[in-house]
Design a protein around this ligand. Structure first.
Ligand code: SF4
Ligand code: SF4
Length: 366
């Protein structure tokens, strides 16, 4: 057993703060109740086609399978929120929406650098006996469970971690270590009787409070899903191009959400509510250049253009019909089929609009 000085946690916390981590906490290593929920959630099919979530299950459920000597888990949180409008405030039908976490640089790289610095700090302070392994999303670790027990936030009914003071617009990363650091306590659930997020979800992705069917969530549909978007979920997708912020937009705990101090997370030019017509012109090379080192690249050009076509179809803007038609004979059957759907939807919207105008006109003469 390594002896840890009482001041080490405080020093580490100060070091983390100096490296731009607004949130910091230590979780114990235990078989938390939440870990039992995970296999049931997978079995229910709520992970959709995200097969990677089924991999390395024993490690996900027991951190000792990753680092046998693990004694505690250090969790950091880094805010990405910026003062730009919320997605629900954008009313321009010619614009799409990219989730606010994806406006700047890829968070994996940014947080990994911070964890690497923490790891280096501990290695220097403790010496050769120190062991540490760190992850940002990519490892077989149920990071949010550790974040809760590290006191970072509670699981909201929208399944996001919410911090009482800072809101929910933050990323997390974790460092497993063989040091028995002083642990923090999980915060109480402060959702109360609120259910704004459940009511606001456009695709009815919540099976129940705290339970998300990810296969219906716009984040999954626009980022993870590689094939066609199911017909019945295309209209509810609205103008979303990459991810969705609605269940966080409506959360009262985000009303005074803290703003990022991390320059890498500031929006790149044209990241906030980009013009759909401009995006429809992107070649594969343009896409690579524009979203280099951005989370958006995960959708790949093909998936992103599929989303652009759905958003164009949902816009109700007749002027977009010509753009959509250009994709109707595309060599990629997914894009061609989505374009035909979008064209049909724009035409139907136009006919309905004309009918309403006719009814209004005839009423004037009654
Ligand atoms: S991110 Fe959007 S689609 Fe997904 S659960 Fe939240 S509101 Fe629903
Ligand atoms: S919107 Fe309400 S119910 Fe949903 S996470 Fe926020 S506080 Fe909880």
């Amino acid at each position: 057993m390594i002896t840890v000085s009482a001041s080490l946690k405080k020093e580490l916390q100060e070091f983390a703060r100096a490296h731009g981590c607004e949130l910091f906490g230590i979780a114990p290593v235990a078989l938390f109740d939440e870990l039992e929920f995970y296999p049931k959630w997978l079995s229910a099919g709520y992970a959709g086609n995200m097969d990677y979530l089924h991999r390395q299950l024993p490690k996900r459920l027991d951190a000792r399978q990753i680092l046998p000597e693990v004694k505690s888990v250090i969790v950091i949180g880094v805010i990405y929120h910026t003062p730009q409008p919320l997605s629900l405030e954008i009313r321009d039908p010619e614009r799409g929406w990219i989730s606010r976490y994806a406006w700047g640089d890829d968070y994996h790289d940014v947080l990994l650098r911070k964890l690497e610095a923490l790891d280096g700090f501990l290695r220097t302070r403790v010496g050769a006996e120190y062991q540490g392994k760190f992850y940002v999303d990519t490892g077989p670790v149920l990071d949010r469970v550790f974040a809760k027990y590290a006191g970072i936030g509670w699981f909201g009914k929208n399944t996001n971690l919410i911090n009482q003071k800072l809101g929910s617009w933050f990323f997390i990363g974790e460092l497993l270590t063989n040091l028995a650091l002083e642990i923090d306590a999980p915060p109480p659930d402060r959702c109360g009787t609120c259910q704004r997020c459940l009511d606001a979800c456009p695709t009815d992705a919540f099976v129940a409070p705290y339970v998300l069917d990810a296969s219906r969530c716009i984040s999954y549909l626009t980022i993870e899903l590689r094939g066609v978007i199911p017909d019945e979920l295309r209209a509810p997708l609205g103008n979303h191009l990459f991810g969705c912020d609605i269940c966080q937009d409506v959360c009262p705990w985000n009303r005074k959400a803290a703003v990022t101090e991390t320059p890498e997370f500031l929006p790149r030019p044209n990241a906030v509510a980009p013009r759909l017509s401009e995006l429809a012109e992107l070649s594969e090379e343009d896409f690579r250049q524009r979203f280099k080192n951005s989370p958006v690249k995960r959708a790949k050009w093909r998936g992103f253009m599929r989303n652009v076509l759905v958003a164009l179809g949902n816009s109700g803007e007749r002027a977009f019909l010509e753009i959509v038609k250009r994709f109707m004979d595309h060599s990629d059957p997914m894009l061609a089929e989505t374009a035909r759907w979008a064209a049909q939807r724009l035409q139907t919207a136009e006919e309905e609009k004309r009918e309403q105008e006719n009814v209004a006109f005839s009423h004037e003469f009654v």
